[in-house]
Design a protein around this ligand. Structure first.
Ligand SMILES: NC(=O)c1ccc[n+]([C@@H]2O[C@H](COP(=O)([O-])OP(=O)(O)OC[C@H]3O[C@@H](n4cnc5c(N)ncnc54)[C@H](O)[C@@H]3O)[C@@H](O)[C@H]2O)c1
Ligand SMILES: O=c1ccn([C@@H]2O[C@H](COP(=O)(O)OP(=O)(O)O[C@H]3O[C@H](CO)[C@@H](O)[C@H](O)[C@H]3O)[C@@H](O)[C@H]2O)c(=O)[nH]1
Length: 325
């Protein structure tokens, strides 16, 4: 049993993590300022409302809850907004994360698992993106995440921090039990947008471009089930107990799906046509983004288990049909 602080544990991925941690017998403490998260999603462990750079609060939590590992999900993560408001992104994603790391160092907590992203890579240079792919982020969001990875690498060398960065591709799906799910405002992600429209919301959903050099002209993405991501964190938790240094891993599903394929899966799950029109391309979207998760498999022993797009969408749909938060 490990005492884990989940920063951002009231958010989409963090709340699934808390559920999984508690199921696995760990002691969960959530710190979240509820800027984009939901109090109702933080159903596991002790919940504390506050900011990750509130040093006295974090010091008190680390001490009182005898925290051994920090899992860090808290971030601002809208690519378009990061372009318009870069200072906000550097402040929350880099400066506040530095505050959290300094509090950990002062308290002698040396294990850290970080939510990184495929956005650190920028334009893909190969079909499958592995950890050796060049990191050339094309938006401030990706740059802030890469900046934190650099910080972790340096902190591992200088202070002995044991850090793992998990670069998620497209997080998707929800708790198969329907208790929690994805709820962002605004929602920019494809699957929840399709399902919110299906559930009756007046959303103008379009296919962002059907003239890409892919099998059906629409973009290919690597949709990885949120429960598989939580599982990868459990492996990383164990790993940081046994290894020093900084380590990074790409986390994907192993195969990509096009936008048309995702829409077809959604139509099968809900049992009717969604009638989504083709619109223009969205700026900054690469044609194909698919991870090689081989290193995560070989080193962490992780393998995604919920890989079919139908299952991923069906789990998300179960959540979207609940009253929800
Ligand atoms: N959703 C994806 O597809 C995806 C892909 C790659 C990486 N990521 C990363 O995974 C992490 C989780 O993503 P998500 O989709 O669950 O996001 P989310 O917005 O649902 O969750 C983030 C949580 O952090 C909290 N938070 C933000 N700033 C905070 C602060 N200063 N102090 C305390 N709490 C704070 C928010 O209130 C929210 O509950 C993020 O770091 C994101 O960048 C997400
Ligand atoms: O209304 C919509 C929304 C999306 N898409 C397309 O669907 C795919 C998936 O888009 P989206 O769900 O917005 O995810 P991405 O833009 O691929 O971004 C994800 O992948 C990034 C890594 O590149 C992460 O950093 C982000 O956090 C994560 O949301 C893309 O091809 C979009 O062009 C549409 O066609 N219509």
């Amino acid at each position: 049993m490990t005492n884990v602080l989940v920063v951002g544990g009231a958010g989409y991925i963090g709340s699934h993590m808390c559920m999984r941690l508690q199921e696995a017998g760990h002691a969960v403490t959530v710190l979240d300022n509820l800027v984009t998260g939901h109090r109702a999603a933080a159903q596991w462990g002790e919940f504390v409302q506050g900011a990750m750079d509130d040093a006295p609060l974090v010091a008190e939590l680390l001490r009182r809850r005898r925290i051994e590992v920090v899992m860090h999900f808290a971030a601002s993560s809208l690519v378009g907004q990061s372009v318009a408001q870069p200072y906000d992104y550097y402040r929350n994603n880099v400066v506040a994360t530095l505050g959290l790391l300094e509090s950990m160092r002062a308290a002698g907590v040396d294990r850290f698992i970080f939510s990184s992203t495929a956005a650190i890579f920028g334009e893909p240079k190969s079909e499958l993106i592995d950890e050796g792919h060049p990191c050339r982020p094309i938006n401030p969001y990706g740059k802030t995440k890469l900046a934190v990875e650099y910080m972790l690498q340096d902190a591992a060398a200088a202070y002995g921090l044991r850090a793992v960065a998990l670069r998620y591709f497209n997080a998707a799906g929800a708790d198969p039990g329907g208790r929690i799910g994805e709820s962002h405002e605004p929602e920019t992600h494809l699957i929840p947008r399709l399902l919110r429209k299906a559930a009756g919301e007046a959303l103008d959903v379009q296919i962002f471009g059907a003239d890409y050099p892919t099998r059906d002209g629409s973009c290919v993405r690597d949709y990885v089930h949120v429960c598989d991501l939580a599982d990868a964190h459990l492996h990383a938790l164990e790993f940081t107990g046994q290894h020093t240094g900084f380590h990074s891993f790409n986390l994907g599903n192993g195969s990509g799906y096009t936008v048309f394929e995702v829409i077809r899966a959604a139509e099968q799950v809900i049992g009717r046509s969604l009638d989504i029109p083709v619109g223009p391309r969205r700026a900054g979207d690469p044609a194909v983004l698919v991870a090689s998760s081989r290193k995560a498999h070989d080193v962490l022993g992780w393998r995604p288990r919920h890989t079919g797009i139908h299952e991923i969408v069906a789990d998300a749909w179960r959540w979207h049909q609940q009253p929800g938060f």
